[in-house]
Ligand binder design. Structure first.
Ligand code: ADP
Ligand code: MG
Length: 210
């Protein structure tokens, strides 16, 4: 399957389903180091995205990602709403006019998403946030592109890196967001936003596999 608008729509639908499945897990993670609403917030957001999709004509990848951005921005709330909203909005812009994504465009998309998150949240790597999933993902995608790999291979590398990055948040001490209020007590727990980010990038791969 090529990384075209059909893939983008499949990515969104898979994201909705996977986030719904992970709702309780994300709530539990956020209960450990936050306020327990992350699973609820994300599920509401992607349910809203699916509804908005039914009511819209989506001609290209950019429009698909823009719809996700707008809907998440208005429905997710909390810290994650504006962070993900900005991520998808920048990602949409990064692939404007593209019918199909190659590895370089995949890297552009993920780097743009990461950039949006960082502009909004001011976090860098190692602060136990979703940046710790998106940053290694962006690096992996860019490396794949530089090695001349396919868009699909770039996406697979990115999803794997995001997953590893999310798991690597466990021993970190949170220094941004609500979890930072816990200080040392945030150590030993996975960051919910990094985990939801890994899930979303994994669904981009699942959308290829059908
Ligand atoms: P809230 O913290 O307002 O309850 P959520 O629970 O929906 O919002 O989302 C929490 C997640 O948001 C965290 O797990 C973390 O990944 C992410 N996050 C919070 N603050 C920042 C930040 N400044 N930069 C990047 N990500 C952040
Ligand atoms: Mg929360």
């Amino acid at each position: 399957m090529s990384l075209d608008v059909k893939w983008a729509l499949a990515w969104i639908e898979k994201s909705r389903a996977a986030i719904a499945d992970a709702r309780i897990e994300l709530i539990d993670l956020d209960r450990q180091i936050g306020d327990g609403d992350h699973g609820e917030n994300m599920d509401r957001g992607f349910t809203g995205v699916a509804k908005a999709l039914e009511e819209s004509e989506i001609p290209d990848i950019q429009s698909a990602l823009k719809l996700v951005a707008k809907t998440l921005m208005s429905t997710v709330g909390g810290a994650a709403g504006p962070l993900y909203g900005t991520a998808y909005l920048r990602a949409a812009k990064a692939v404007a006019g593209k019918e199909e994504l190659d590895a370089a465009s995949v890297a552009d998309l993920i780097e743009a998403a990461l950039g949006g998150i960082q502009v909004r949240g001011k976090a860098t790597e190692g602060e136990k946030t979703m940046v710790d999933a998106w940053s290694p993902a962006a690096q992996a995608a860019r490396e794949a592109a530089d090695q001349g790999l396919s868009g699909e291979e770039a996406l697979r590398a990115a999803a794997e890196a995001a997953h590893a990055g999310a798991l690597a948040t466990e021993p970190m001490k949170a220094t941004k967001g609500r979890a930072s209020y816990l200080g040392e007590r945030s150590i030993g727990h996975l960051d919910p936003g990094a985990m939801s980010s890994a899930i979303l990038l994994e669904q981009a791969v699942a959308a290829i596999d059908g």
